[in-house]
Design a protein around this ligand. Structure first.
Ligand SMILES: Nc1nc2c(c(=O)[nH]1)N[C@H]1C(S)=C(S)[C@@H](COP(=O)(O)OP(=O)(O)OC[C@H]3O[C@@H](n4cnc5c(=O)[nH]c(N)nc54)[C@H](O)[C@@H]3O)O[C@H]1N2
Ligand SMILES: Nc1nc2c(c(=O)[nH]1)N[C@H]1C(S)=C(S)[C@@H](COP(=O)(O)OP(=O)(O)OC[C@H]3O[C@@H](n4cnc5c(=O)[nH]c(N)nc54)[C@H](O)[C@@H]3O)O[C@H]1N2
Ligand SMILES: [Mo]
Length: 679
């Protein structure tokens, strides 16, 4: 039977699953799917263990111990729904509906489950949530240059002469890109990885540029400097498809490789060599990770990288261009799922999810958040400034409902826990943010225990509250059919019947797919080297290197916290998901902090020592790994362990700040100064 990986990963793999005697027994990659090509990650191969996990929540639960202790008693769905509805009515009556806050992210990328709560909470008049934690900043920056969140089809990279993997650890985070990279390399492509540490992806490249965190815009501008100085630009593409070249060319004077070299931490001749490689051919494909945007200057970095293929005309090449995300390539009308029309007017306030701790603890919040409904997310683990988040979740007067598959760190703080189905147990439609197919997954298992999907649960709550009932009466299949039918030509031609039969279909976009071959959907219709829109939003109009607000230039901070600390994904967890798995925790080992030999020696830290990593926000324990895979001055902490599984009981996000990045309201997980000492 076919299924689809529901997790927040650009690959969105097509799965072949086996069910025996009511249990999921095996999960493999669908060899027929053009992007999956039979390859899936080590996490999802072990999906049976997740679906049948001893930590699965199988019935509704009511808190019987102190907040956060994780002591619960089973209750019926009827009692759970009645309890929630009664508390919500009371909160609405005393503090207004804005005192309710839904909190969700991408536990499931299925469109039905992702958007299941929006109509309910809009109709109630609850506070809105800015779902900014992942892509908002990257997308805002990308849009500034090219107007839409799309890019060249990554399958086209197999014919490229140069592939640049820029801030993307595809070996961990979207393994199928490596299938394409390997094929490109076998056909002669030169592969460059640009990352502050030597990831498994960088190990497979021909060349690794170990940049200092947060300096990529400077590197890209130095490359542009060389392209313009040496005339290896595509005059025809620039004239036909871009805006602001003259102003850019002047501005590049400040970014000579020799000037940029000490900022990025590379030799000037390394930069010049890459610029010459880049200028020699249009068959250059840049795959950019979202991780690169999780810095104070993240949007500006993405915006700057998006300019590179416009200088050489690579956007128009069938094997060139760049891709950050394909999320915007699907021409859907999301209002069908989200139903903003159900909101009262004026629209309720919006709370940025990365500042959940502030929202729950700030005495100035009027009204205060009194009812929190968490689904498809584990904010106790994934949100920055974890100490403040936990302080908020521990509030005795906060009524928290958590709808979960497994008993997470967040669920421990709930007043009511509701059991959620997995993707194997419910219906959904999936789009991807790394490839161009649309997929349908029908249930392959019955709901485990008394689990219900987000769609079903929000429908029950809507009925209990007497709102949005016509929306939920459409049913999940009805909603998917309507969503497909109301899309533009790229998706409208794909039918339910076709998806139900084949599992997947490619969106109706041309091959090769070169969305910026002759311009871009920006205000000017061109790829914008000069962006008046950015200027109106308080950023430089031209691509610019802006030093990190929390980085080495901050002498006041570096005296206490001299090391930059990046916190990218690890191999065996997906954000905090899979941390529930004893098997994958064993494979992952333990929560580690990687540091360079001179940094370790200066602090008397040996391999395997327990260390305390401390930032201005707080400290957490890790095991030291001393390695030249990272450069002196840069500490790497991969992955998010549930804090109950991390020695010391605090996770990596104790260290990270809830400051917002330059644009889009996204987080700055990697702009983080720390000190390390032996515990
Ligand atoms: N195994 C695994 N897979 C995952 C996830 C996971 O947690 N684990 N998370 C999923 C999610 S939610 C997402 S959004 C996607 C994509 O998630 P992304 O965050 O895009 O992850 P990566 O693709 O690994 O890219 C992060 C890379 O950027 C690097 N980086 C950090 N700062 C800088 C910088 O300043 N410059 C440069 N050049 N590089 C920098 C990091 O070292 C890391 O190697 O992955 C998904 N896939
Ligand atoms: N330090 C650090 N922190 C990070 C990041 C990082 O790189 N470093 N990455 C950030 C990024 S990119 C992201 S996207 C966020 C992700 O943050 P989250 O979206 O919170 O990601 P997960 O940790 O995967 O938690 C998802 C939860 O949803 C549950 N779930 C899955 N499917 C369903 C469903 O259908 N219904 C319900 N009700 N629940 C479901 C899962 O069991 C899981 O506990 O984390 C961010 N946090
Ligand atoms: Mo993400």
């Amino acid at each position: 039977m076919l299924s689809v990986c529901p997790h927040d990963c650009p690959s969105c793999c097509s799965l072949v699953v086996t069910v025996e005697a009511g249990r999921l027994t095996s999960v493999t990659g669908n060899p027929e799917h053009p992007f999956t090509r039979g390859v899936i990650c080590g996490k999802v191969r072990e999906y049976a263990e997740r679906v049948h996990s001893p930590l699965r929540v199988l019935t509704p639960l009511r808190r019987v111990g102190p907040k956060g202790a994780g002591e619960f008693a089973a209750i019926s769905w009827g009692e759970a729904v009645d309890t929630i509805a009664a508390r919500w009515r009371d909160i609405i009556a005393t503090d207004s509906a804005e005192a309710l806050l839904p909190f969700s992210y991408a536990g499931s990328m299925g469109q039905v489950q992702y958007f299941a709560g929006h109509p309910l909470f809009h109709a109630l008049g609850a506070s809105r949530l800015d779902r900014s934690i992942c892509i908002s900043t990257a997308y805002a920056g990308w849009r500034a240059t090219v107007g839409a969140v799309t890019g060249n089809d990554s399958e086209q990279m197999v014919g490229a002469e140069l592939v640049i993997l820029w801030g993307v650890n595809a070996s961990y985070s979207t393994i199928n890109v490596m299938t394409l990279v390997k094929e490109a390399r076998a056909r002669g492509a030169y592969v460059v990885a640009i990352d502050p540490y030597r990831t498994p992806t960088a190990q497979q490249a021909d060349e690794h540029l170990m940049v200092r965190p947060g300096t990529d815009a400077a590197l890209a501008l130095a490359i542009m400097h060389v392209l313009v100085a040496e005339g290896t630009v595509d005059r025809d593409y620039i004239a036909r498809a871009t805006l602001g070249f003259e102003r850019l060319a002047e501005h590049l004077a400040a970014y000579a490789p020799a000037a940029v070299a000490p900022i990025v931490g590379l030799d000037a001749d390394v930069i010049v060599r890459l610029a010459r490689r880049y200028g020699q051919t249009k068959r250059t494909f840049i795959r950019i990770g979202i991780g690169i945007s999780r810095h104070d200057n993240g949007a500006m970095t993405c915006r700057t990288l998006a300019c590179l293929p416009a200088l050489t005309g690579a956007y128009a090449d069938p094997h060139g261009g760049a891709l950050l995300s394909t999320g915007g390539a699907y021409g859907f009308d999301y209002s069908v799922l989200e139903r903003p029309d159900l909101m009262p007017s004026p629209a309720p306030r919006t709370i940025n999810m990365i500042q959940l701790g502030r929202a729950l603890t700030d005495p100035g919040m009027a009204p205060p958040v009194r009812g929190l409904y968490v689904y498809s997310s584990n904010p106790a683990a994934v949100c920055p400034n974890q100490t403040l988040v936990l302080k908020g979740l521990a509030r005795e007067d906060l009524f928290t409902v958590v709808h979960e598959q497994v008993m997470t760190d967040t669920a421990h703080y709930a007043d009511v826990v509701l059991p959620a189905t997995t993707s194997m147990e419910h219906l959904d439609l999936y789009r991807s943010f790394g490839q161009l197919t649309l997929q349908l997954a029908q249930p392959v298992l019955p709901p485990q225990g008394e689990a219900k999907s987000n769609w079903e649960t929000c429908g029950l709550l809507a009925r209990a509250m007497g709102v949005a009932q016509a929306h939920y009466a459409k049913g999940d299949e009805g909603l998917i059919r309507e969503f497909l039918a109301k899309g533009d030509a790229s998706v409208r031609s794909i039918t339910w019947e076709q998806l139900a039969r084949d599992g997947w279909a490619r969106v109706a976009l041309p091959r090769p797919y070169r969305p910026f071959a002759d311009g871009a959907p920006t205000p000017s219709g061109k790829v914008e080297f000069y962006s008046a829109w950015l200027e109106r939003h308080g950023l430089p109009a031209l691509p610019t290197y802006v030093p990190l607000a929390e980085g080495p230039a901050r002498r006041d901070l570096t005296a206490r916290f001299p090391l930059q600390c990046i916190v990218p994904p690890n191999r065996f967890f997906l954000n905090s998901s899979f941390s529930q798995s004893a098997l994958l925790r064993r494979r992952q080992g333990t929560a580690t902090a990687m540091l360079a030999p001179p940094d370790a020696a200066a602090r008397g830290i040996g391999e395997g020592d327990t260390v305390l990593v401390e930032s201005a926000r707080g400290s957490a324990r890790f095991v030291a790994r001393i390695t030249d895979a990272t450069r002196p001055g840069v500490v790497v902490i991969e992955g998010i362990w549930w804090h109950r599984f991390q020695p010391g009981g605090r996770g990596v996000n104790v260290l990270t700040s809830d400051r917002v990045a330059d644009l889009g309201g996204g987080p700055v997980f990697h702009s983080n100064l720390v000190e390390i000492r032996k515990a």
